[in-house]
Design a protein around this ligand. Structure first.
Ligand code: S3P
Length: 176
């Protein structure tokens, strides 16, 4: 995003299983800021993501997701709240517009690095079956969107969660 620098929410985007929730939580702790995971907000309000997909379909999930993201971003305005989005949330044009008012961090990874995490994944309906094939396919279509929306890109292929949190905090200081 562009515009005058002030206190803005920090929004983490990127594909499934790159560590958006873990790194977001870590960063929030470092900053002493609140943390909101929009997937967790959805689950709290509507039950498991797998059940929403199975019972109501992906389109219904995307509508619920867009509303959850909008309320999280609106509630966080004027604060440094850290918000992690689900991997597909950025496909919604309203969401793309809304997060333009935030500092958007794209967590960049690759298939090899996420493979181990995906292998033990549970509850990600879009990765059922040929998990890595699906991940790679989704990443190919979404990558340009992530790149276009990103103010900061963080390479998450190497480093512990706390190291990545520190690297991200430094990048945010340089960006502001
Ligand atoms: C999805 C990613 C998931 C979750 C849902 C759909 C996607 O979130 O929102 O399963 O379309 O990429 P994570 O990125 O947190 O796994």
């Amino acid at each position: 995003s562009t515009g005058p620098v002030g206190i803005r929410p920090i929004v983490l985007i990127g594909p499934m299983a790159v560590g958006k929730s873990a790194i977001g939580q870590q960063l929030a702790q470092q900053l002493g800021a609140p943390f909101v995971d929009t997937d967790a907000v959805i689950v709290a309000g509507h039950g498991s993501i797998a059940d929403i997909f199975a019972g109501r379909g992906e389109r219904a999930f995307r509508e619920i997701e867009a509303r959850a993201v909008a309320s999280a971003v609106e509630a966080a305005e004027g604060t440094a709240t850290v918000i992690s989005l689900g991997g597909g949330a950025v496909l919604d044009s309203g969401t793309q517009q809304l997060i333009g008012r935030c500092t958007v961090v794209y967590l960049e990874c690759d298939a090899n690095t996420v493979a181990a995490r995906i292998a033990r994944n549970s509850g990600r309906p879009l990765l059922a079956g040929d998990a890595m094939g699906r991940w790679t396919e989704m990443f190919a279509t979404r990558k340009p969107v992530y790149e276009r929306l990103a103010d900061i890109t963080l390479d998450v292929r190497q480093g512990s969660i706390s190291e990545l949190g520190n690297r991200l905090e430094a990048a945010l200081h340089n960006y502001a």
